[in-house]
Design a protein around this ligand. Structure first.
Ligand code: ADP
Length: 478
């Protein structure tokens, strides 16, 4: 087996594509949710830290303010000691009141290296103008005081002085990294599990499609009896299976018809040929007189003519098989066609002492092909004459009503039994085989009528009563 093509097939499979889409969409949602979660967690950590910075700054100021006589150095040292777990960096930045912006003095503990925990002068003056609602928070980038950035508050107090408190972001960053790690781990696990689950569900949902494919592969024109098990499914797959089964049923019927038809054709062609051959063989067995030769030749000629008619009709049928109404661009006069056919059939009717009458003929223009319509009308009138006893009547009419032309061929003939009515338009169907020779029917005439009518958009109706007569109506919508 070609592994390369197998791989490609797998990548092209619907379940693979659906799983891929599922993973992409799910992954997108998980990543977006993760980003949102990460940022809101970060914001809440920073908010917490900022609140702590404010608390420490305030505490430093309060210590200095309330304990009169305490120097800023002592207040800073004392406050630092109160928040050991945060290890805050505290310093007081004294600003010059007049003569330009300048830092006058910076008071801090020894743990802060000189000048290492300072922003530029403008930042301090901006902090001096701030109040409790818009306090200045800054982040001192890493490297200046250790390897982590330092979140800092610039808290203005009387002076103008700024109490500057900083807390390293080491713990915050550590917490954020841990969160990130947990989220990546949980997200990947979730993705893996959901992909497996999703793939399982998709495969399960598509399993019936596989069985459709397998059955479809097993079906051939030789065996159309196979059907796909639909089970109790009421879903789309159930619908697909039903549609598929219906299609196979229709296909089975048509193939059966085709097989039946080809069997019928061979049979119909074979019978006259066997007769011809038999008659010639008998004739050749010994010397015959002239009359006998003539009789046999006449009979073989009749059989040959019969064969020719079958082949003619079959060829005609196959020619009109694929025709459609929209192919007819020309308007033809159906009334004129009818009159012409009646005229041509008058002799045959007269020979059988049948009256062939025209009741009413309205002018009727339809899109169509004259030769085909002429053949259709001829077949109907010819049948009416053939299946009517001498002395009977055949009436024809062409009526216009509610936007429809209706052609009627009515006879007082032998009629058609009810059970045969659905079959008379089938190829080679004849109601009474024993009458075959007498009436000369091939069983193709009405198939031609039906085909010509349908390719002109016409609909046929038959009403018949045995021994009373038959009416054929063909309706053409204008
Ligand atoms: P056929 O060549 O045998 O006439 P058709 O296809 O024209 O073949 O007709 C099929 C069968 O329908 C005929 O064999 C005949 O039994 C029946 N049929 C057709 N037209 C009439 C009619 N006007 N009256 C009675 N039977 C008819």
């Amino acid at each position: 087996m070609d592994l390369g093509s197998m791989k490609i097939k797998k990548f092209r499979s619907l379940s693979f594509k659906l799983t891929l889409w599922y993973i992409v969409i799910l992954g997108g949602i998980i990543i977006l949710a993760g980003i949102f979660q990460y940022h809101s967690f970060k914001d809440s950590l920073l908010d917490e830290l900022d609140a702590k910075l404010l608390e420490i700054a305030d505490e430093t100021y309060e210590t200095w303010y309330h304990k009169r006589g305490v120097s800023w150095e002592e207040a800073i040292r004392e406050t630092t000691g109160k928040f050991p777990s945060y290890q805050p960096l505290i310093q007081l930045v004294k600003l010059q009141e007049e003569k330009g912006k300048k830092i006058k003095e910076v008071i801090h503990t020894t743990s802060i290296e000189e000048g290492s925990f300072l922003f530029d002068v403008r930042t301090y003056y901006r902090a001096d103008r701030s109040n409790i609602d818009n306090l200045v928070y800054m982040t001192l980038s890493e490297g200046k005081l250790g390897s982590f950035p330092i979140r800092t508050i610039l808290f203005p107090v009387r002076g103008p002085n700024i109490v500057q408190v900083g807390i390293s972001l080491e713990n915050t960053e550590f917490d954020l990294r841990r969160l990130m790690f947990i989220m990546i781990l949980a997200g990947s696990g979730l993705m893996l599990l959901s992909s497996l689950g999703g793939n399982f569900i998709i495969r399960k949902a598509l399993k019936p499609v596989k069985s459709v494919v397998q059955t479809a592969k097993a079906i051939s024109t030789d065996d159309l009896s196979l059907r796909i098990e639909a089970g109790q499914r009421q879903d789309e797959i159930g619908e697909l299976v039903d549609t598929f089964n219906d299609m196979i049923s229709r296909l089975e019927k048509s193939v059966k018809k085709i097989k039946q038809f080809s069997g019928d054709v061979s049979h119909e062609l074979r019978t006259p040929l066997t007769i011809i051959r038999g008659e010639i063989e008998v004739l050749l067995r010994k010397e015959r007189d002239k009359e006998e030769y003539q009789k046999t030749l006449k009979s073989t000629l009749e059989e040959a003519a019969y064969l020719e008619r079958i082949i003619d009709d079959l060829l005609f049928l196959s020619r009109i098989e694929a025709l459609e109404k929209k192919e007819f661009k020309k308007l033809v006069q159906l009334d004129e066609i009818l009159l012409k056919v009646v005229e041509s059939q008058e002799l045959a009717a007269k020979k059988k002492s049948i009256s062939l009458d025209i009741k009413k003929v309205e002018p009727a223009k339809i899109n169509g092909e004259e030769i085909l319509l002429e053949r259709m009308v001829t077949n109907l009138i010819d049948n009416a004459i053939r299946y009517t006893h001498p002395g009977g009547k055949v009436k024809v009419s062409l009526d216009k009503k509610d936007g429809t032309f209706t052609l009627l061929v009515q006879d007082t003939g032998i009629g058609i039994p009810e059970e045969s009515l659905p079959l008379i338009f089938d190829r080679f169907y004849v109601v009474d085989k024993s009458r075959f020779k007498e009436t000369g029917g091939l069983g193709l005439g009405l198939s031609i009528v039906k085909r010509v009518a349908s390719c002109h958009g016409g609909k046929i109706e038959v009403e018949s009563e045995v021994n009373k007569g038959t009416s054929f109506l063909v309706h053409f919508s204008i």
